[in-house]
Design a protein around this ligand. Structure first.
Ligand SMILES: NC(=O)c1ccc[n+]([C@@H]2O[C@H](COP(=O)([O-])OP(=O)(O)OC[C@H]3O[C@@H](n4cnc5c(N)ncnc54)[C@H](OP(=O)(O)O)[C@@H]3O)[C@@H](O)[C@H]2O)c1
Length: 222
């Protein structure tokens, strides 16, 4: 009998929030997942599912090529940092750290997985934000990283779509994860809802790619 192909994804930020919800949902859909994060306890929790391989890895300093398995059908870059400092307050080190995780790691993990994704006709999903399209006051450093990620996604898609690789940007609105520790939780989008959009992009039918998906709260926060 022909062996059934089990699809495999790499998910960064798998220890928390949206990345954790994506990991759980992919497992529900029969995928195996390389779950990337730093927090050992939360990595152990996500790896309670036998389909999940935990990888303790710092995206700020590590080279993602070192953790890429041979078979990759999807990459989800959900790791991210939300700095609160203005550009007058932010240190050069903090600026570099946020760009390293939000942008440079996204580029490096895409670059490292492209050979496998060409072979599998796979999908790259970047967790962007409304801040990747509109800059709001007191959010400039984060918005700068997410605008860069927007440009990375659009350029990369143009570069690789004729090789069969799809690139999707997801733009969540305010979502109920530890990243928004100070917000009133009630009107926020649930991380499981954002995960559904991510998995929709990955499982989209062969004839299309879902390039940009906005996941807003049902009613915008005032
Ligand atoms: N929550 C929102 O309202 C919202 C809205 C729009 C967009 N987004 C975007 O959605 C994505 C997921 O956000 P979230 O709310 O789920 O965030 P979260 O709950 O704060 O989780 C952030 C994740 O990033 C990982 N991470 C941070 N720095 C890392 C590093 N140096 N190396 C490896 N992993 C690192 C963390 O892993 P460890 O803790 O294990 O280090 C954690 O798993 C982010 O890109 C965020 O910008 C979020």
């Amino acid at each position: 009998m022909e062996q059934q192909h089990t699809p495999h994804a790499i998910v960064t930020g798998a220890t928390s929030g949206i990345g954790r919800a994506v990991t759980d949902l992919l497992v529900e859909h029969g995928w195996t997942v390389t779950a990337v994060g730093r927090d050992e306890d939360r990595l152990a929790a996500v790896a309670a599912a036998p389909q999940v391989t935990p990888v303790a890895f710092d995206l700020e300093t590590g080279e993602p090529a070192e953790i890429v398995p041979d078979q990759v059908d999807a990459v989800v870059h959900a790791a991210g940092l939300l700095p609160t400092a203005s550009i007058e307050e932010v240190t050069d080190e903090e600026w570099d750290r946020v760009f390293a995780v939000n942008v440079t790691a996204a580029m490096r993990i895409a670059r490292a997985t492209l050979p496998a994704l060409r072979a599998s006709r796979g999908t790259i999903v970047f967790l962007n934000s409304g801040a990747g399209v509109f800059s709001r006051p007191k959010n400039t450093v984060y918005a700068a990283t997410k605008h860069a990620l927007h440009g990375l996604a659009n350029g990369l898609r143009a570069d690789v779509e004729h090789d069969g690789v799809r690139v999707t940007s997801i733009y969540p609105g305010p979502t109920d994860t530890p990243m928004l520790s100070n917000e009133d939780r009630t009107p926020l989008v649930r991380p499981e809802t954002v995960a559904r959009a991510v998995v929709d992009a990955i499982l989209a039918s062969e004839d299309t790619q879902l390039t940009d998906i906005y996941v807003r709260p049902r009613a915008e926060l005032s």
